[in-house]
Design a protein around this ligand. Structure first.
Ligand SMILES: O=C(CO)[C@H](O)[C@H](O)COP(=O)(O)O
Length: 239
């Protein structure tokens, strides 16, 4: 028997999300290996005549969508979206997320919050009881990096989160630069005792552009694994 890979699970979740797409929709396209499957499948539907307009959350996704001839717009020209489909690094039972493993968290959060519905697609390994095993990505301005890291450390400690904070590097050992020209620091805090409070406090630090805690943003998670698809939250448009 062939083992069911996490990549197969990602594609299954993406295929399930594609069922939510209707002609004429304005869509936000996420970033990462799971979102990549969704864009791939959407591209096939567009080639078959589906009429949608899409806003990508990264230059990587933009390039993929362009190759598939998916009609694209900017978030400023289409500021209200019907649906955004994106991946996540972790999700919990309250649909709180850690995102930003691909470094696209700022655009992902802007696009998701401009959408009536943000639906997460994930393989079932992304479900956690407590957020934080995945290092929390925080996008920061290059100016004042050290000062900002100190402030992140101090503010996190006030919510019971401690651990190392490391600026992300590329495989070549250079500083990782986001699509917005900023740095990403990865906060290895471990289990986050109070993600809501941590999110509020991180947002108040001047050098923090955005953090990877998505609280109250996702309407549902489509999680897929060897057992099939499981839905957390609601896929419909109910408020
Ligand atoms: O937030 C993200 C990118 O910034 C991704 O959605 C997240 O990292 C999950 O990636 P993958 O689908 O490759 O597991």
């Amino acid at each position: 028997m062939t083992a069911f890979s996490s990549d197969a699970a990602k594609r299954l979740a993406a295929a399930e999300a594609l069922k939510l797409v209707a002609p004429g929709m304005r869509l936000g396209l996420g970033t990462g290996s799971t979102a990549r499957h969704f864009v791939d499948l959407l591209g096939a539907r567009v080639a078959g005549g589906l009429d949608v307009i899409c806003v990508p959350t990264s230059e990587q996704t933009r390039a993929q969508a362009e190759q598939l001839f998916i009609p694209l717009a900017t978030i400023d020209s289409v500021p209200e979206l019907d649906l955004t489909v994106d991946g996540a690094d972790e999700f919990d039972a309250r649909l709180r997320l850690i995102k930003g493993g691909g470094g696209a968290l700022l655009r992902e959060k802007i696009v998701a919050t401009a959408s009536r519905r943000m639906i997460v697609i994930a393989d079932s390994s992304k479900q956690v009881k407590t957020l934080g095993a995945f290092p929390l990505p925080v996008e920061v301005t290059p100016f004042g990096l050290e000062v900002t890291c100190r402030m992140i450390r101090a503010t996190a400690e006030a919510t019971g989160a401690t651990g190392s904070i490391r600026p992300r590097q590329t495989a070549g050992g250079k500083a990782f630069i986001s699509d917005n020209g900023n740095y990403i620091v990865d906060c290895h805090f471990g289990a986050l005792p109070d993600p809501d409070e941590l999110a509020r406090r991180l947002s108040a630090i001047p050098g923090v552009v955005e953090h990877g805690l998505f609280i109250g943003v996702a309407k549902a998670v489509i999680s897929a694994g060897p057992e099939g698809v499981e839905i957390f939250g609601r896929l419909d448009e109910a408020p």
